[in-house]
Design a protein around this ligand. Structure first.
Ligand code: GLP
Length: 265
């Protein structure tokens, strides 16, 4: 995997936004896979700014989010649909009809997964998937021991994840334990993947994902099997990487390689 160690959270966001904008320029009707959580927020801010500066248009873009809470209606203030509308979609020129999240309000949640997979197939699959990572190594809401062959489905959250995400809910508020999440196999079908992490809380999960054994105990380690992943982290999240110096060494050759051979992607 390509490991990019950026100096700051802002640089992580800028690098990720650069890759999104280059893709959209090349393919205006690109399909983006999007994530919620705190980590991608600076990316959305950066993309909104670039849109306002007329540098990128999302008019033809389609998006698919990784996951949604079960039992929260789309207009619920804590639903991931509301999170995406407020933090990104309302500020860009995307057609809201082209923004997709799993149906957390489905009458039959067992059908919501296969239906989402069908929508994804019809859209032609994801060109670029943005991922965050849980402190326990989850991607989307694929908790440790999720099948590496899993598809979009109902999942029960671990107590760690419920605790980590408590900050988004008021103390008296109902916090769902059940979710619908893209599966690991679904995620691995994206053409390109960017795994983002910032802050020291993510250092162990990043070390496990990049350098640990391939194991369902760290769902993000499944990304080792994907041929086109960039792990973009700040210094704090990179702190536990054993080969940190090597990744920086590789990065220092990048300009030379780009100049000589162009971007293979
Ligand atoms: C949530 C989301 C994940 C996200 C992770 C990390 O549970 N389902 O997609 O990557 O937690 O969140 P944060 O970026 O807030 O640390």
């Amino acid at each position: 995997m390509e490991v990019v160690i950026a100096k700051t959270q802002v640089e992580v966001a800028k690098r990720c936004a650069d890759i999104c904008c280059t893709l959209i320029k090349k393919k205006p009707n690109a399909v983006l896979g999007l994530a919620t959580g705190t980590t991608p927020l600076p990316v959305y801010k950066e993309l909104i700014q670039r849109h306002r500066a007329d540098e990128v248009s999302f008019r033809q873009v389609t998006t698919f989010n990784l996951d949604e809470y079960l039992g929260l209606a789309p207009d619920h203030p804590r639903s991931y649909r509301t999170f995406m509308n407020e933090n990104f979609f309302e500020h860009i020129d995307i057609d809201i009809e082209n923004t997709n999240l799993p149906d957390g309000n489905a009458e039959n949640p067992l059908k919501a997964g296969p239906e989402y997979e069908e929508r994804l197939r019809e859209a032609g699959g994801i060109d670029l998937q943005i991922l965050g990572i849980g402190t326990n190594g989850h991607i989307g809401f694929n908790e440790p021991t999720s099948s590496l062959g899993s598809r979009t489905r109902l999942k029960t959250l671990t107590e760690i994840t419920v605790r980590d995400n408590k900050r988004f809910f008021k103390s008296e508020e109902f916090q769902p334990r059940l979710v619908i999440t893209m599966g690991i196999k679904t995620i691995l079908e994206a053409k390109r993947i960017l795994l983002l992490a910032t802050g020291s809380r993510k250092a162990q999960a990043i070390a496990d994902a990049v350098e640990g054994p391939l194991s369902a105990m760290c769902p993000a380690s499944s990304l080792q099997m994907h041929p086109n992943v960039s792990v973009i982290v700040d210094n704090a999240a990179a702190a536990k990487l054993q080969l940190k110096e090597y990744y920086l060494w590789v990065l220092s050759h990048q300009d030379y390689l780009l100049e000589r051979f162009g971007d293979p992607r």
